[in-house]
Structures are given as C-alpha cells and as structure tokens.
Design a protein around this ligand. Structure first.
Ligand code: SF4
Ligand code: SF4
Length: 343
C-alpha cells in the first residue's frame, strides 16, 4: 500500500503528543555525552529534528543487546516476551532497509517470537536524509537516502512541511485517526521532494560498489594475504558487529538466582570474538583471526546475497566510525577493487 499526505511542521508536535497517549514514543534526543541517541521521549520539544544521518541504529529496540527471555523456578516458567506498543520516530532510510532484512531473518523460516512480538507492536517513522554524513554510502546500494517502499511512514523534509508517505498498514493506523492534521500533496510538493533527493545524492562523498567487491571475491583472485592484512589490524573488539544494524548473532545463557530459580538471557554475540561458537570439546570453528575477519566479509558480500538476494550491508557507515583498526566495509570494498591492502 502507498498513500501520501502533507503535514505542516507546526502540526508535528501536536500529532506526536496525541500518539504518545497511546504508545511509547522513542526519538532522537541528546544523550548524556552530548551525542544524539534514540531514547524514550519525555519532552517532545527536545526531539532533535535535524539530527545527523548517523544516529545509533534502532536494532536495539527490536533485538536488545541483553534480554531476559524467561524465568524458571521449581514452580514452572514465566515468559518475559515484550509487546509494548511503540512509535520510533526519526530513524534513517538505511536503518529501515536493515529492518526489512532483520524481518526476513527473524521472521522467515525460523520465527523468533521475541523479535516478532516487538516488531508487530512497533511503528517506524523514518526521515529521508537531506544531508548524508561523509561516511554514508547507501546511495550505491539502493538503501537510501530516500526509499520508494519498505517503510511504515517516510517523511521528506520540505522546509516548512513534510511529505508523509505511508507504506504499511502499521503506518496508516497512526495517521487515519488524525486525518484532519494532514492535507493532500500538490505537484509542487513532489517537485520539492525530487529536488531534495537529487541534492542529497550530489552530497555523497563515497561511491561504493559492493557488487564489484563480490565479483572480485568470486573470481578467486583475492589471496589470503589480503585477509591477513585485514586481520592484522583487527583488535577483536566486536564494535563493527555491535554497531552494524544487520548483525544478528546472539548467545544464550542461564543465570541462577537461587537454588530454585533463575533466568534465561540472550546477549548480542560477535563472530569477531575467538570464542564465538566454541564447542564443548574445545574446538573453535574459526580459531584464527584471519578466518573470522574473512568470514564477516564473506557473510555480508557472498552469503547474504545467496540467502536473501541482498547484501548484508546497507551502507550506514557505522563500521567506519567504530573500528579502531580502520577496517570497514567501504574501505575493504575499495581495497578489493584496487587490489591493495596498504594504508
Ligand atoms: S557493514 Fe558497516 S556500513 Fe554496512 S551496514 Fe554494517 S555497519 Fe553499516
Ligand atoms: S571494529 Fe575493527 S577492530 Fe573491532 S572487531 Fe571490528 S574489525 Fe576488529
């Protein structure tokens, strides 16, 4: 489904206030360290409307870094599945594209009830990027800076108003009760959106073609020495995996609170850690660092396209910002292209 409306900026605060009566509102806000993070909105006027493209990924709200799955005791089990209704405002197109893939991963052949319960109760309003960050490269992947489908609601900032594109029943459900706040778009609104899209595309500093990188790997011409050079710079901190809006690995542990009760937890895990998928017989499937770094890139560049028909990367650039070893998807794709792994 697709339905377009116009929302005057002066009506946004009122609309969000009304929606907050029915659901938890999460949006980009100043964090404790002066950064901008997605968090529960206490004061609507504090939402950072003009935030940079690179706010932290909303993955945490569907797949928390740490969650209690269920409690157990001699009395039985107690499920902690979370299904609170939430509106997450101000996410970016690359993250909406990532959520589309997370939906297929967690809601496909094997359904993850914890993820699905949260997803079914969460509506996302994304804002197309009028000004991409220098590290962004979604433009080469079709995952931003604006989307033509795959969103609940997409806002395009047209100065004094937003073009509001509704792309799902979820999205429609939070608009139709307040239809008096919206008006019908005119041709000039679409013209202004088109200008914003062209202007945004012209601002990208990176042009990364992951298909070239994939073909290079498939050709068999990438020597292990290339991956050894990558591994040498990896500190095994796991930052790239944690920050990536698409990485989905987790570990499950049981924590005992007393002789008769405990809780099952799941935590994000990372394939960059040596102990990842370590087996009880003291065997590591990817014991050497070169195997682990190579596997991350093979997963994103080869196995995702095989499984989902899309790369396991949406070009958000977070690995570029995060990695202390200057290893990131954009750099690796570039180095694969030029066949050089030197600084
Ligand atoms: S691999 Fe890097 S650029 Fe690609 S989606 Fe993950 S964090 Fe973003
Ligand atoms: S962020 Fe960089 S140093 Fe840390 S695990 Fe990832 S590749 Fe290695």
């Amino acid at each position: 489904m697709k339905k377009d409306m116009i929302l005057e900026k002066s009506n946004l605060s009122y609309w969000l206030r009304q929606l907050r009566k029915e659901m938890l509102l999460i949006g980009p806000m100043h964090g404790e360290n002066g950064d901008i993070v997605l968090k529960t909105v206490e004061n609507i006027h504090e939402i950072v409307l003009d935030c940079p493209a690179l706010i932290p990924s909303p993955k945490e709200f569907l797949f928390p870094q740490k969650e209690e799955m269920f409690g157990f005791s001699t009395e039985g089990t107690k499920n902690y599945r979370n299904s609170k209704r939430r509106l997450i405002f101000g996410v970016r197109s690359c993250d909406v594209s990532a959520i589309g893939l997370l939906d297929r991963f967690y809601g496909g052949k094997f359904i993850d009830d914890y993820y699905t319960a949260r997803r079914e109760n969460t509506v996302f309003i994304s804002v197309g990027c009028n000004k991409p960050d220098p590290t962004c490269f979604c433009n080469g992947l079709g995952t931003g800076p604006f989307l033509s489908s795959g969103f609940d609601i997409q806002f395009s900032d047209l100065g004094d108003r937003y073009l509001v594109e509704i792309g799902s029943e979820h999205g429609l459900s939070i608009v139709k009760k307040f239809s008096h706040l919206f008006s019908k778009p005119q041709k000039s609104d679409y013209d202004d959106q088109y200008e914003a899209i062209l202007s945004s595309h012209a601002m990208f500093e990176k042009r990364i073609n992951l298909e070239n990188a994939r073909q290079k790997i498939l050709s068999g011409s990438v020597e292990d020495s290339f991956w050894a050079g990558v591994a040498e710079r990896c500190f095994e901190c796991g930052g790239c995996v944690y920050e990536c809006p698409l990485c989905t690995c987790f570990n499950v542990i049981d924590r005992k609170y007393s002789a008769i009760e405990g809780v099952r937890l799941r935590n994000w895990d990372t394939c960059m850690f040596r102990g990842f998928t370590k087996m009880a017989v003291n065997v590591w499937p990817a014991e050497k660092k070169i195997m682990r770094t190579k596997r991350w890139y093979f997963h994103k560049l080869l196995y995702y396209p095989e499984q989902f028909g899309r790369f396991g990367c949406v070009g958000c650039g977070r690995c570029t910002i995060t990695c202390p070893g200057r290893i990131d998807m954009a750099t690796i794709a570039y180095r694969l292209k030029v066949g050089n792994n030197e600084d």
